[in-house]
Design a protein around this ligand. Structure first.
Ligand code: DC
Length: 226
């Protein structure tokens, strides 16, 4: 099985690019952030502070998460319910970042993520895929861009979806999340030693997709030759 790990900070274009690249290669695309988002939203809905280790620990006892693929689109199923439509808000992003700092949440999701890569060729995106979840991934990419560029992209996406947001608000949330995700004790966001760092600052989406596709194809061809 071939695994491609794509890590990086929020708004670097990981999910859009990973989805397109996976589609081109016929691999499945696994968005691991959605798993943390589902737990974060569940905590908020239960009135639980997503930073409260003990309270989140008791919630996890009642949670069963599965990933389902419908027309190649990943759906997150939490206790039998498809929660995919409810996990994209700004509150969900922050709650996901908060629960993701709790070691027990990371352990809880670890096996599910690994099992996805055992059964299929995958493009998996997240924060710790190349460093922790799939350390043996054949291709590891760390996708990044300037905070302003990332905030601008997120802002445009959210506006397009009709969400009430400001550029300043998005930049502030994104900077806070980057800080949380990079400074937590367990599995912090950082490039794997053997990753290729790709900075997409100033690129259009098409340019980034083209660059990534070319890079991955070159790597895959080398793997084939080896
Ligand atoms: O990729 P995303 O923005 O949907 O992720 C939401 C949060 O989940 C992110 O701020 C940190 C956390 N996360 C993580 O800790 N590890 C992952 N592999 C994926 C996401």
């Amino acid at each position: 099985m071939i695994s491609i790990a794509i890590d990086g900070p929020a708004g670097a274009g990981k999910s859009t690019i990973s989805r397109i690249v996976a589609g081109q290669l016929g691999f499945i695309y696994v968005d691991t952030g959605a798993l943390y988002r589902a737990i974060g939203v569940y905590a908020l809905n239960c009135g639980v502070n997503p930073k409260d280790t003990d309270a989140v620990a008791s919630l996890l006892k009642n949670i069963e998460i599965k990933l389902k693929f419908v027309d190649h689109e990943q759906r997150v199923i939490l206790n039998g319910q498809d929660v995919s439509a409810h996990i994209r808000t700004a509150e969900a992003s922050m709650a996901a970042s908060d629960v993701s700092a709790l070691p027990l949440v990371r352990t809880f999701l670890f096996e599910l993520q690994q099992s996805m890569a055992r059964g299929s060729n995958v493009v998996m995106d997240g924060r710790d895929i190349g460093t922790v979840v799939l350390p043996n991934a054949q291709i590891k990419i760390y996708l990044t861009a300037s905070p302003e560029d990332r905030a601008q992209r997120r802002f445009s996406e959210m506006k397009q979806k009709g969400m009430e947001v400001t550029y300043e608000g998005v930049l502030k949330d994104l900077t806070e999340r980057d800080y949380n995700d990079s400074n937590r004790a367990v599995a912090p966001l950082k490039p794997a030693q053997d990753s290729i760092i790709v900075d997409t600052t100033g690129n259009t989406l098409e340019q980034s997709v083209e660059a990534l596709t070319a890079l991955i194809r070159e790597k895959l061809a080398k793997l084939g030759d080896a």
